[in-house]
Ligand binder design. Structure first.
Ligand code: COA
Ligand code: MG
Length: 293
């Protein structure tokens, strides 16, 4: 379950082996950071990266940015030591790669307890294999400590034998299954990365698609991707103005004893007001976070 209403518009990966990136992240406008020990770190660098990440987390200085440590798989030579070191340092969450079954989550939850992770430290799951897609509903409900899904779209494309296409049609079924599972259990759900990190227009299109599908935000690989992502996943000024109008119109209708209002030629019912109020609350949280950064 989510711990609070923190936004996850922009979730930036960085190799745990790069001190410069770990340092720079303290001042970047990211809602959350993934300090990676898995695929972004070469085998020879794994022990050093584990130390660097633990030091960075323990040292702090990341402000309101949520800190997720992506450990190596628990069946690898590094996984459990990564998890133990991360638990001791106390990040906001442990991100597990290649989660496929509810047992993968409960096993990690047992290890978190055994290694004395702080109470608020949650578990996030990388959803990136065909079996994970088919088990998404059960995985989402596996343990109360599970807070969110991160789509691993590069691994998924590889495992499916699919192609990277601009419309991401080959991934729509997988993305949709994970969103359904996450929403059914009240989890956060963050979209996969956009590989061409200097292509701002391509990134914008992918962000808009992800937002329209219902994702909370997107994982990123480079600081140059932050501005567009934060903008697209935040309610726009027009969205906020419309939401305010809908709430006001509905309240006025209610005062007249009516259950339905009309704004801009469109019907506004109670359920639209729920959505509008949620959007206004999200805009307020984001404004407050940005003011604090
Ligand atoms: N997080 C934090 N800072 C980052 C960063 C990241 N992901 N990527 C780059 N930076 C920093 C660099 O340290 C550099 O800072 P400086 O100029 O203040 O020293 C600045 O941003 C510009 O970086 P740039 O030179 O454009 O990029 P690069 O060539 O050093 O690195 C990548 C490019 C793709 C190798 C790098 O962005 C990266 O490693 N991304 C993350 C990859 C990853 O974690 N993958 C795993 C999940 S898919
Ligand atoms: Mg992966």
């Amino acid at each position: 379950m989510p711990q609070d209403d923190h936004p996850y518009r922009s979730v930036l990966y960085m190799p745990g082996s790069r001190p410069r990136a770990l340092e720079k992240a303290r001042s970047l406008p990211a809602d959350a950071l993934i300090l990676d020990l898995e695929d972004a770190v070469a085998p020879a660098e794994k022990p050093r990266a584990r130390e660097l990440v633990a030091e960075a987390v323990a040292a702090g200085g990341y402000g309101r940015r949520k800190l997720l440590v992506r450990v190596n798989g628990l069946d690898t030579a590094w996984g459990e030591a990564d998890l133990a070191a991360a638990c001791a340092a106390g990040p906001d969450a442990i991100l597990l790669p290649k989660v496929e079954t509810p047992a993968d989550v409960t096993r990690a939850a047992d290890l978190l307890a055994r290694h004395g992770a702080p109470e608020g430290c949650t578990i996030w799951a990388m959803m990136e294999t065909p079996r994970a897609m088919l088990n998404a509903g059960a995985v989402a409900g596996a343990h109360p400590r599970l807070e969110g899904f991160v789509m691993g779209t590069n691994d998924l494309v590889k495992e499916l034998g699919a192609a990277h296409t601009p419309d991401r049609l080959p991934l729509v079924a997988s993305l949709g299954l994970c969103l359904l599972a996450a929403r059914a259990e009240g989890l956060v759900c963050v979209d996969g990365v956009f590989n061409a990190f200097q292509d701002q227009e391509g990134l914008r299109a992918a962000c808009v698609q992800g937002r329209e599908m219902g994702f909370d935000g997107k994982t990123l690989i480079h600081p140059d991707q932050l501005a567009v992502t934060n903008e697209v996943f935040a309610p726009s000024p027009e969205d906020v103005a419309l939401a305010r109008e809908q709430v006001a119109a509905f309240e006025a209708a209610e005062a007249r004893g009516e259950g339905v209002a009309v704004v801009n030629g469109r019907i506004v019912e109670n359920l639209h007001v729920v959505t509008a109020k949620r959007l206004l609350a999200r805009a307020a949280v984001i404004a407050e976070l940005e003011a604090a950064q």
